[in-house]
Design a protein around this ligand. Structure first.
Ligand code: SF4
Length: 457
C-alpha cells in the first residue's frame, strides 16, 4: 500500500509533515512517487491564504471523483478553521488535528470512512469555542521526523499563538501557545548537528514567547537560544542556526546579546513589522509601537552589524489611509530591510478583521505594494552592492538555471548564484567571491579550495 502527502503553507507544516511520513511508514506504507499510485492520500492544510484553501477543495473534489473507480482513503490535518473543518468532515474520510497524528494508523485501519473514533478524537481536541486546545501536541513532537532534506532541518519549539492579531486566523487553527520541553529541543538539535546538518531552524508561531506558557518551569527563549549556541560551539561543526518568527513585542536585548555571542546563531533576523503606522498597529492588535520596533532595529544593527534584517508587511489593511501607508514607506526607507515580504491585505475567514469592511481598493493596494517593493529593491541592492569583491560563505542549495551555475544562500539568507564546474556540491558550504549584485540577489564565482598541493574548483 502506498501513500501520497501534499503539504501546503509554512515551514511549521513542513516540519509536521515530516512526522506524518514517519507515522505512515511506521504502519508499513510506502511513499508513492505520484498521487495516482497511492491508496492513502492526505493534505496538510494552510488557512492563511484563500488560494491554499481553494486548492484543498479542488483536490478533494478530484479525489472523491476518483473514488468511483478505485479505492482511496483521504485525510486532512494542519491549520483548519472551525467552519472549514465542518465542511471537510463531509468531504474527507479522516479529519484530525495534528496533535492526534499518533492515532492516524488506527483511523486508517478502521476502514477509512469518518469513524466514530476519528470524530471522537477530533471533538475532544477542541474547546467549546472550537479552538484547538493542543494538549496532545507533545505526542506529535515525540515522533521521530523523516527529514525531507539531508542538510536543512526544522525543529519545532512551540505551537500556537496567544497574540490574536486582527488579520490572522492562526490562533483559531493552531490554538494557544504551547512550548516544547527544552531538553527535547536540545536533544534534537544535537542529533542534527552530529548528523552534519548545515542549517537548523527553530520553529514556532511566536518563538520568542517560548516558555511563557510554563512560567518558572521552563527556560526563556534567550536561555534556550544560548544552550543551542553552546551545543553547536562544543560540536566544532559548521552549522547555521536560525529561528522564525519572533514577535516585536517579545523580542529583547537578551536575545540579541546571545546572537552576538554564539557564532553558530546565524546573522539573520526576521522581524515582522506589518505596518509603519502606530494607529494601524493598534488596529492590527500588534501590541507594540513603532518606537519599540525602531529601538529593536537600532539594537540589531549596532550589536549584529553583519546580520540581514527581513520583515513582513501588509499593505491596504482595512482603513489604511494614504498618510498611514506613507508612514510604512518612510519606515522602510529608514530600516533598509534586506528582504521584505509585502502582501496585499485580504480578509481571512476566521480572523477578527473579516467582519470589517475591506475599504482599500485592489488598485490602491497594488500601487502601495509596488511602491514598497521599489523601496526594498533600492535599499537591499545598496546593501548587496557593498559585498562586491568580498568572499562570502555559501550553503549550496542546487543547480542554477543556467548550465555551469549553482545556487545557494549566504548566512544572511541572500540568494547567490555562482559559476561552478564541480558536481555534488549541493548541501555543502563553499566560499564564493561576489562579483556583482542583481537587485535582491548576488552573483559570484567559486573560490578554489586548496587540498595539500591540489587545487579543486
Ligand atoms: S503573532 Fe499575530 S500574525 Fe503571528 S501567528 Fe500570532 S496572531 Fe498570527
Amino acid at each position: 500500500m502506498q501513500y501520497f502527502l501534499i503539504t501546503l503553507g509554512c515551514q511549521m507544516n513542513l516540519s509536521d509533515g515530516e512526522r506524518i511520513h514517519t507515522v505512515l511508514k511506521g504502519m508499513g506504507l510506502q511513499q508513492a512517487p505520484s498521487e495516482e499510485e497511492a491508496q492513502v492520500v492526505g493534505i496538510i492544510a494552510c488557512s492563511v491564504r484563500q488560494k491554499a484553501i481553494d486548492k484543498v477543495y479542488n483536490q478533494i473534489a478530484r479525489w472523491n471523483r476518483e473514488k468511483n473507480h478505485r479505492n482511496l482513503i483521504t485525510f486532512i490535518s494542519g491549520c483548519i478553521l472551525p467552519d472549514d473543518r465542518e465542511r471537510f468532515l463531509k468531504l474527507f474520510d479522516l479529519v484530525f488535528p495534528m496533535s492526534e497524528v499518533i492515532a492516524l494508523p488506527d483511523m486508517i485501519r478502521s476502514s477509512g470512512i469518518v469513524t466514530p473514533a476519528s470524530l471522537k478524537i477530533s471533538d475532544k481536541d477542541l474547546s467549546t469555542s472550537g479552538i484547538p486546545v493542543n494538549e496532545n501536541i507533545f505526542s506529535l513532537w515525540n515522533i521521530e521526523p523523516e527529514y525531507q532534506s539531508e542538510y536543512e532541518a526544522f525543529v519545532p519549539i512551540q505551537n500556537g499563538c496567544n497574540k490574536f492579531c486582527t488579520f490572522c486566523a492562526v490562533p483559531y487553527t493552531r490554538g494557544r501557545e504551547v512550548s516544547r520541553p527544552a531538553i527535547d529541543i536540545l536533544g534534537q538539535v544535537k542529533e542534527l548537528i552530529s548528523q552534519d546538518y548545515k542549517t537548523i531552524t527553530l520553529l514556532g508561531q511566536n518563538v520568542n514567547s517560548y516558555g511563557l506558557d510554563k512560567a518558572d518551569k521552563e527556560i526563556s527563549f534567550a536561555q534556550l537560544l544560548k544552550k543551542v549556541g553552546e551545543a553547536a560551539l562544543e560540536s566544532g561543526k559548521e552549522c547555521w542556526i536560525y529561528y522564525t518568527s519572533p514577535h516585536p513585542k517579545d523580542m529583547n536585548e537578551e536575545v540579541i546579546d546571545v546572537m552576538a555571542t554564539y557564532p553558530h546563531l546565524a546573522n539573520q533576523v526576521h522581524l515582522p513589522m506589518q505596518s509603519g503606522d502606530d494607529k494601524i498597529l493598534v488596529k492590527m492588535n500588534r501590541n507594540h509601537s513603532m518606537e519599540r520596533y525602531r529601538n529593536l532595529v537600532t539594537s540589531i544593527r549596532e550589536n549584529l552589524p553583519e546580520a540581514t534584517l527581513f520583515t513582513d508587511i501588509i499593505v491596504g489593511f482595512t482603513g489604511e489611509t494614504e498618510a498611514q501607508h506613507l508612514n510604512t514607506a518612510v519606515a522602510m526607507e529608514e530600516f533598509e530591510f534586506n528582504m521584505a515580504y509585502v502582501a496585499q491585505y485580504s480578509p481571512r475567514p476566521g480572523a477578527a478583521s473579516y467582519r470589517w469592511e475591506d475599504t482599500v481598493s485592489r488598485e490602491v493596494k497594488k500601487e502601495r505594494l509596488h511602491q514598497l517593493n521599489e523601496i526594498l529593491e533600492r535599499t537591499a541592492s545598496a546593501h548587496n552592492a557593498k559585498t562586491r569583491g568580498k568572499v562570502v560563505r555559501v550553503l549550496v542549495t542546487g543547480n542554477g538555471r543556467k548550465p555551469g551555475y549553482m545556487k545557494g544562500l549566504t548566512e544572511g539568507k541572500i540568494n547567490i548564484r555562482f559559476q561552478a564546474s564541480q558536481l555534488g556540491l549541493t548541501g555543502s558550504f563553499v566560499d564564493v567571491r561576489v562579483t556583482g549584485s542583481n537587485g535582491l540577489s548576488l552573483e559570484g564565482e567559486l573560490v578554489p579550495v586548496k587540498i595539500d598541493s591540489l587545487v579543486v574548483d
